[in-house]
Design a protein around this ligand. Structure first.
Ligand code: SF4
Length: 409
């Protein structure tokens, strides 16, 4: 479209991809697999008259089954995988100087594109770990397909997300790791992205009310997740999750209580910072939402005014719970809605027994059976990526209006 050089998803208006998903469901040769992002389960209910932040995970799974989806998996599984890979990378950077510090998180495609466009000289600071959706896709078409005896070419991989920018991310050329691994040309890691709002629209078209459905649970192998993955949807959540693992990787000791309610990164401000003791190291961290805030912090780093080890950046206010594909019905209380969704994810994390990504039994198993160990050759090939200098296509009129149209409630 005409906005191709300005906006990261190449689309100002939302595209309804669920029509393609419906077609695939009606095609008996296709196996439709939907993976659900953390933030959808605390927002979908709002579309069906429930209060902000209602936790509807089991009903969301039931809805997808009712719509005819063959397997429902949890992107939180891949969030755990992302944390294990990204925390291992951080440990390498901090202890062995393998790449520059600070390490930036890389799971928000709008943020990644912002760095590629406006600060290409900082691309090596971006973690090479793919986003959870970026890891879920190729893992389904290889490991999961093998476990279930599915032909990878029959799989239609769908990500259910709070995010419109993910529609762009899955179409980045390099997101074809399964194709390279299997030697099958034309295979994409993830085929479609549908948003929370799209799913609600689809359900309403079919005359389904979420509240009427009996609870259902995820399918095996890639449906189990830790509390660390649950909080991925919140600003500060990726940081807290990564530190729970990085602490144990570095010190070989149990993470302290502090890392299970990391107060300095849990607030709702656009920029938060903290310093933590991990073994002998003083680790400086920052958590940011909004690319304008991130730009300011990068400028301070470049001037030598600030020194960080690890920085989380999300584009949307409050993190992905405030993504552009989320319900907008309760717009008048924007901040209250976002805070209710944030609280709902933290409450779920607290209620879980496994709260560290590397202790998720499904994650342990996938390393044993498939990836070997974090940062192994196969993990690098499938779960990590590279970035491209996009500064040349920058600076057309309109500049950086990403926040404005990506983020909603
Ligand atoms: Fe998408 Fe917003 Fe989350 Fe970034 S912060 S991944 S743009 S929902």
């Amino acid at each position: 479209g005409q906005c191709a050089n300005v906006c990261p998803v190449d689309s100002i208006t939302e595209k309804y991809e669920y029509h393609y998903v419906k077609e695939a469901i009606n095609n008996p040769e296709k196996v439709v697999i939907v993976s659900t992002s953390p933030s959808v389960r605390v927002a979908l209910g709002e579309e069906f008259g429930m209060s902000a932040g209602s936790f509807v995970q089991e009903k969301m799974v039931a809805l997808l089954r009712k719509l005819g989806v063959d397997f429902v998996l949890d992107t939180n599984f891949a969030a755990d995988l992302t944390i294990v890979e990204e925390a291992s990378e951080l440990v390498e950077r901090v202890t062995q100087n393998t790449a520059p510090l600070p390490q930036f998180t890389s799971c928000c495609p709008a943020w990644v594109k912002y760095v590629e466009t406006y600060y290409p000289e900082m691309m090596s600071n971006l973690s090479t770990a793919k986003s959870p959706i970026g890891m879920q896709g190729p893992t389904i078409k290889t490991y999961f397909a093998n476990k279930k005896g599915l032909n990878p070419q029959s799989i239609v991989n769908v990500a259910l997300t709070p995010c419109t920018a993910k529609k762009y991310e899955i179409r980045r050329e390099e997101m074809n790791a399964a194709s390279r691994y299997l030697g099958i040309e034309g295979l994409r890691d993830m085929d479609y992205v549908i948003t929370t709002r799209e799913l609600a629209r689809w359900a309403k078209e079919e005359g389904i009310d979420l509240g009427d459905l009996a609870d259902s649970n995820y399918d095996d192998f890639m449906g189990e997740a830790s509390g660390a993955a649950v909080i991925f949807g919140n600003t500060g959540g990726v940081m807290e999750a990564a530190l729970r693992s990085a602490y144990e990787f570095i010190t070989k000791e149990k993470s302290p209580e502090q890392l299970f309610n990391l107060v300095p990164v849990r607030g709702y401000e656009g920029v938060k910072e903290a310093s933590l003791k991990i073994g002998d190291l003083d680790v400086n961290i920052a958590v940011i939402y909004g690319t304008a805030n991130a730009g300011k912090v990068i400028d301070q780093i470049k001037k030598g005014e600030k020194h960080y080890h690890f920085i989380e950046v999300m584009t949307c206010p409050g993190g992905c719970i405030g993504g552009g594909g989320q319900p907008k019905d309760l717009l008048k209380d924007k901040d209250e809605v976002r805070k209710a969704r944030i609280q709902s994810l933290y409450t779920k994390d607290e209620a879980m027994t496994i709260r560290k990504s590397h202790e998720n039994p499904d994650i342990k198993r996938i390393y044993e059976e498939f990836y070997g160990e974090p940062l192994s050759e196969l993990a690098e090939e499938m779960l990590h990526t590279s970035y491209e200098d996009k500064s040349k296509i920058l600076k057309q009129k309109g500049e950086n209006k990403m926040n404005k149209w990506i983020c909603s409630v």
